[in-house]
Ligand binder design. Sequence first.
Ligand code: ZN
Length: 278
Amino acid sequence: MSYHSHTLNSVSHTHIIGRTDPITGDTIKENDSIVFCLVCQSCFLEESWNYMNNRHCEQIQTLNFVPLPPPQLIAKKKEQKLIAELKDSMINPLPALILPFVFGFISYYIAESDKSGAVLIGTTIGLCLGVFIGWLSKTQVIKEFTGHKSTSFSIYESYMEIENVKFYWNEIEQINFKRTMLVEFDDRYGTKKASSHYPSLEIYLNNGEFLERELPTTNYPKIKPFLFGLAWASQFTSIFFYTEHEKEYGLVQSFDRNYKGTIKIGVPTQLAYNPEEN
Ligand SMILES: [Zn+2]
C-alpha cells in the first residue's frame, strides 16, 4: 500500500463524516477508510482511490494525517488576532467629547454670574452632567434617534465580525466593497463639487445568503486600514473592490499588485474626490 488511509471515528472526524465521495457519490460514514490527495486534499473512500489507480492531481502522494477541522472549531480554542476594525465609536467621538465641555462652560458662567463663589461646584456639576449626557449620546437609543449608524466591522484571523455576528472565511464566497461618488456641476461657474456616498459591503455566503451593510463613515483615511484588512483577507475569500474615489482607486490597484489573494477590481465609471472630505 503506497498511500495513507485513515479510519474515521465519530470523535475527531466529525468534520469529514457526511462529506460526499467525489467518485461514487456515496456519503462518507464513520469507520470508512479514506484517503486524502496530497495536492488538492480532496477526500476519497479508499475504494475510489484504488479505482483511480491511487492517483489524483497527476500524482500518487497522499496526506499522512486527517486535515484539521474548518476554522470555526479552531477559533473557539484560541485568541483571535484582530487584523482591522471599523467602528462608529472610532469615527464619531465628537458629541461625547464636546458635550462635557459645553455643559462645563455653561455651568461655569451660571456660577460666575451668580457671584456666589460657587464656581467650582457649578463647574463640577456641569462637568458631571456633561459626562452623563456624553455617555447617553453613545447609547443605542440616542444613536437611533440621531440616526448614527451602529454597524461595526472587524476582521480577525479566521473570520469577519459584523454587528457581533461572526462570518468565517470558509463560509464567505465573496466580499464586495463599493463606493460611489456624487459629482455636481455648477454650469454658471463651470465648477464641480464631489462628495462621497457611504461605501457599502456586500457579503455573499457559500450557503447562498447575502447581506449588505453600509460602512459607518465616508472618510477615506479612516476606511483605509480596513481596506488593507480586506486585501489581507483575500487569501481566504474573493474580494471585489469598486470605488469611484480617486485616491482609494489608486490604493486598491496597489493591492492587486501586492497581494497574492483573489482580488478583483471594478473599472470605475468616474473618478473624483473632495479634498476637504478626503
Ligand atoms: Zn487531488
